[in-house]
Design a protein around this ligand. Structure first.
Ligand code: ADP
Ligand code: MG
Length: 305
């Protein structure tokens, strides 16, 4: 559906994509995860021919649209009719209503007049904007804008949906509703490729997650496997508070004192039981013990190393 090979994009002195490879298969919901500045938007903009990469290959629907440093414009125009795109920083016309906005986009896709009204109604219903259909977009919240942007991306009933950070700025309810809409697209046989810098956004809905760090895809797998791998790499942090100071040197663990009787232990696995026994063997007692799983930020940092 979408295949990217060895893509390189340099902006002046910034290498935004450093030989990126990824493949989105038909019917998948693919989560494209990476920290800010990793190259997600650059990948998406390249895929759509909106910026010019220098090297690599891009195929859409098995059509080669980019090769040898240039786009095949004719092929690109054809395949883009089958794609819906939601940009990261979109400008909506503040003085128009959702109906008027979608009407203009529908005309851009040459959707016949007879179908247009029905399609617009369906989409407003789908994204939950029916009641706001005649209000000016300028007064909309971030979440409402995101919904309208999704509706415009769906206007041509695309086979492939490409969404750049679609859930950023949404509240938990908004995120849950957004995920539901994406699931419905999958049920309708569509393929969805969306980016995010937040792990929770790709949870529960993605078949495949690709993690991009510094312009390279580090892993491409299902989320469960990736998380397991993450945890193995990033390790565990155990915070312990004891009733009296403890000498940790014989334990062999990597312990950092945080205070007189508070310590941080870095471990590759969950060693809570061992810590418990060790403290007891030192004639001390544990007052509190906490295990901290790494945050996504820490995981990304580990991956960069
Ligand atoms: N138009 C541009 N000019 C110069 N550098 C850019 C431009 N767009 C993006 N970059 C740089 O390219 C890198 C990747 O950016 P981007 O693709 O926007 O990342 P992401 O979407 O993952 O946050 C960053 O270092 C960013 O600062
Ligand atoms: Mg971006």
């Amino acid at each position: 559906m979408l295949k990217i090979e060895n893509l390189v994009k340099t902006y002046k002195d910034v290498k935004a994509l450093d030989g990126l490879n990824l493949e989105v298969k038909p019917g998948q919901i693919y989560g494209f995860l990476g920290p800010n500045g990793a190259g997600k938007s650059t990948t998406i903009l390249s895929t759509l021919g909106l910026i010019f990469p220098q090297e690599g290959r891009i195929q859409l629907f098995d059509v080669e649209v980019f090769k040898d440093g240039k786009f095949d414009e004719a092929k690109l125009v054809e395949v883009k009719k089958r794609i819906g795109y939601m940009p990261e920083h979109a400008t909506l016309w503040d003085f128009l209503t959702p109906v008027q906005t979608l009407d203009i986009i529908a005309d851009a896709f040459n959707i016949p007049k007879a179908e247009k009204e029905k399609r617009i109604n369906e989409l407003l219903n789908l994204v939950g904007l029916s009641d706001d259909r005649n209000r000016k977009v300028g007064k909309f919240s971030k979440g409402m804008r995101q919904r309208l942007l999704l509706a415009q991306a769906l206007i041509n009933d695309p086979e492939l949906l490409i969404l750049d950070e679609p859930m950023t700025g949404l509240d938990p309810t908004g995120i849950a509703e957004f995920k539901e809409i994406i699931r419905e697209q999958k049920k309708a046989g569509k393929t969805v490729f969306f980016s995010s810098h937040i792990l929770a956004h790709v949870e529960e809905i993605c078949d495949t997650v690709g993690v991009i760090v510094k312009g390279k895809l580090r892993v491409e797998d299902n989320l469960e496997s990736i998380k397991r791998e993450f945890l193995r790499k990033a390790g565990y942090t155990i915070l312990v508070e004891t009733n009296v100071p403890v000498d940790w040197s014989p334990s062999g663990w990597n312990v950092t004192p945080l205070g007189e009787k508070r310590y941080r232990i870095a471990a590759e696995e969950d060693i809570r039981e061992g810590v418990h026994d060790y403290v007891a063997s030192q004639g001390a007692k544990i007052l509190t013990m906490q295990v901290k799983e790494p945050s996504l930020e820490e995981i990304f940092l580990k991956m960069v190393e």
